[in-house]
Write a protein that binds this ligand. Structure first.
Ligand code: C5P
Length: 231
């Protein structure tokens, strides 16, 4: 049976958490690395569970860690845990298959964005509820971006004003995400990319600095500081 949070909520959140986290250095799967003494996944799920629209959370865990992740999350929130796949996209598909009847909005949220505030979850869900097919949280790009070729030689400078850095949670009408995954080809790094391939319009809402993706040791140190400062 699928565990439920708010039975009147209309949102299911899929949490791909099956990655190895190679860029963080050697150690446990990334979602289980500690941030201020607790796994990243615990921080992420606690914030998702605090969003009033969330009906169901499905976590895709590393296959060898499913039981451990179930035990870890049991005291945090009622969560369904399934084994993830070899690629992020396969992990999302596995979680999507476990969503019960009911929720009409699906959010996909990386466990690595452990400090994402519940307010961002609600703003993405609200944009889908207001009639958008697909919604992504974005931030402006602050660095100048260059395209680089062989030998690290600059080929050109990209117009920064048209670029956005994309975060999660990404939100979709349930039928839109289900159709995009059914038609999916080569793995992409986000779900909006699959939906774009279907010719569906993807809309942006303002992201949050707190939704940073904890990828490298510096990100983990930054997240520790943000938490210590009350983030
Ligand atoms: O690899 P990357 O850092 O882009 O992963 C983004 C998210 O996708 C992470 O939360 C990671 O745990 C998850 N992932 C997954 N299954 C994989 C690879 C990554 O659930 N096979």
């Amino acid at each position: 049976m699928t565990a439920q949070l708010n039975p009147r909520g209309d949102v299911a959140v899929l949490v791909p958490a099956a990655g190895a986290g190679v860029r963080l250095g050697p150690g446990r799967p990334k979602a289980l690395r500690l941030l201020a003494g607790e796994p990243l996944l615990v921080h992420a799920v606690r914030r998702l569970a605090a969003a009033p629209s969330v009906h169901t959370i499905v976590v895709a865990a590393p296959a060898a860690e499913v039981t451990a992740v179930r035990e870890l999350l049991a005291p945090v929130a009622p969560v369904t845990v399934v084994p993830g796949g070899a690629e992020r996209q396969a992990s999302v598909a596995a979680a999507l298959a476990a969503v019960p009847a009911g929720p009409t909005i699906i959010l996909v949220h990386d466990a690595a964005r452990a400090l994402t505030p519940a307010e961002l979850v609600e703003s993405v869900a609200a944009a889908v509820r207001s009639g958008r097919d697909a919604v992504i949280p974005v931030l402006p790009v602050v660095d100048t971006i260059k395209e680089v070729g062989a030998g690290e030689v600059v080929l050109g400078t990209v117009d920064r004003s048209a670029l956005r850095a994309v975060q999660t949670p990404q939100g979709f009408r349930r039928a839109v995400l289900t159709a995009a995954h059914a038609a999916a080809g080569d793995p992409l790094t986000d779900d909006a990319g699959l939906v774009e391939k279907q010719g569906i319009t993807v809309s942006c809402v303002p992201g949050s600095e707190y939704a940073l993706k904890i990828t490298r040791p510096f990100d983990l140190a930054l997240a520790e500081h943000l938490l210590a400062a009350g983030g």
